[in-house]
Design a protein around this ligand. Structure first.
Ligand code: GLY
Ligand code: MN
Ligand code: MN
Length: 424
């Protein structure tokens, strides 16, 4: 099933052709091929098409190539469904296109013309890398802004994710394992429309919450643990990505509650700054500022807020960017604005450094963690010796970590939270 109507795909192709400029080359969009599992004989990793190809065709089959010739427009070459595919996989996706065997002939009719390949390499085609990089940047520019069809899919993924979190919340109690929580969560997501998980579900109890992408295991949740759950459903390749941190029992311990309140305040402040035109690093700074002031009030940090941010001391406790683009996959487009090469803010190398535009969908996911690998690192202890009260910090370590994450759509006005149904 193609999840997009033809008029949606036509509009995207028109937008793409517009940003290609006055004298574009021939452009080829390769879907890619499956990657074999080492030693797996005929087994492959699940196939994920290159995002530009999928966005412009709606097809998630491998081997296709969408082509654009500014003189003739668009044509879609696909791999015909084989008997083997019908036998083993069903081969049910119905997408119109010409046999990809005809692509070489199509190219031969255009000798000497520059060609740019976007996505997967295409057999026997040499891409002009400079042209391809320029087109890629233009395409990123339009793909960052989600269209209505994409938002509709992400809203469905968000609804399935909400069902998953509700089920996990009901399941959490002292004595349950992290793995069992994951099972309950994922089962509910699938029952509510997910056709996959957007990434490996993270469930971390107690100090496991201090591992940013913890893989749930057999650990049993103890009465005084908190449980960090970061999970997202996927529907037709579109993702939600939501973190909540829950107490094991009825309520958090006082220290857990203090950290939770701080992270929640940071997240609300960051979300309120998610406005058109605002730089993403300012959103990060908004969250980092609340956390720095809060940790100072708790006696863990010392000094002026600006110093705690600019020195990077805050990154001992907030060791990742405040969020990323989400949508087509859990890490959508992202990147730095033209002319920016390395963006370091508050001690963090940012993977998104852009001014916000209407239609951007961002995760906002500050956290405070007590990560032994950072806190016990001799160089960091020395460097931040004047800014951290290391003795006061000690009793906070068992808290592990708290993260709270929502998916926020930038609009012309107030930000719209697509995951607001999930209580926090
Ligand atoms: N869900 C994983 C992440 O946000 O990085
Ligand atoms: Mn997440
Ligand atoms: Mn995320």
């Amino acid at each position: 099933m193609i999840p997009f109507e033809n008029d949606v795909l036509d509009r995207r192709r028109k937008r793409a052709a517009c940003v290609f400029g006055d004298d574009p080359p021939i452009v080829l969009f390769g879907a890619g091929k499956p990657v074999q599992i080492p030693g797996g004989q005929d087994q492959t990793y699940p196939f994920i098409p290159y995002p530009e190809y999928y966005w412009l065709t709606g097809s998630r089959r491998w081997g296709g190539v969408l082509v654009y010739d500014p003189q003739d427009g668009w044509r879609h070459f696909i791999r015909p469904v084989s008997q083997t595919e019908r036998l083993w996989e069903g081969g049910t996706e119905t997408v119109e296109g010409e046999d990809v065997a005809g692509l070489q002939c199509w190219l031969d009719q255009r000798p000497g013309r520059p060609v740019a390949v976007i996505g997967a390499a295409v057999d026997n085609v040499e891409s002009d890398l400079q042209l391809a990089a320029a087109l890629q940047a233009s395409l990123d520019g339009i793909r960052r802004r989600k269209d209505a069809a994409e938002v509709a899919l992400i809203e469905r993924a968000a609804a399935a994710t909400a069902a998953g979190h509700a089920s996990a919340r009901d399941a959490i109690r002292p004595g349950i394992s992290e793995r069992r929580i994951r099972i309950e969560l994922e089962a509910a997501m699938f029952r509510h429309g997910a056709d996959g998980v957007a990434f490996d579900t993270i469930v971390g109890a107690g100090t496991h919450a201090a591992v940013l992408h913890f893989e749930p295991g057999a650990r049993i949740v103890e009465p005084d643990d908190l449980v960090l759950i970061d999970a997202g459903a996927s529907i037709a390749g579109y993702a939600a990505d939501v973190t909540r941190t829950y107490p094991a029992g009825d309520r958090f311990t006082p220290r857990q509650q203090a950290v939770y309140d701080l992270v929640l305040a940071a997240q609300l402040e960051a979300i309120s700054t998610c406005r058109k035109g605002v730089e993403w690093h300012e959103v990060h700074r908004a969250a980092a500022g609340v956390i720095a002031r809060g940790l100072r009030d708790l006696g863990i940090l010392r000094g002026k807020t600006d110093d705690l941010l600019e020195s990077g001391a805050i990154s001992l406790f907030l060791p990742h960017g405040v969020g990323h683009m989400v949508g087509l996959g859990v890490r959508d487009v992202g990147g730095l604005a033209a002319g920016r090469e390395v963006s370091v803010y508050c001690g963090i190398r940012m993977r998104v450094d852009l001014p916000m535009e209407e239609g951007f969908l961002m995760t906002v996911e500050p956290g405070v963690y007590f990560v032994p690998a950072l806190l016990d690192d001799a160089k960091r202890r020395e460097r931040f010796s004047g800014m951290v009260d290391w003795d006061a910090l000690e009793p906070w370590r068992p808290v592990g970590g708290v993260r709270i994450e929502d998916n926020v759509l930038i609009t012309a006005g107030e930000p719209r939270i697509l995951t607001s149904e999930i209580p926090k």
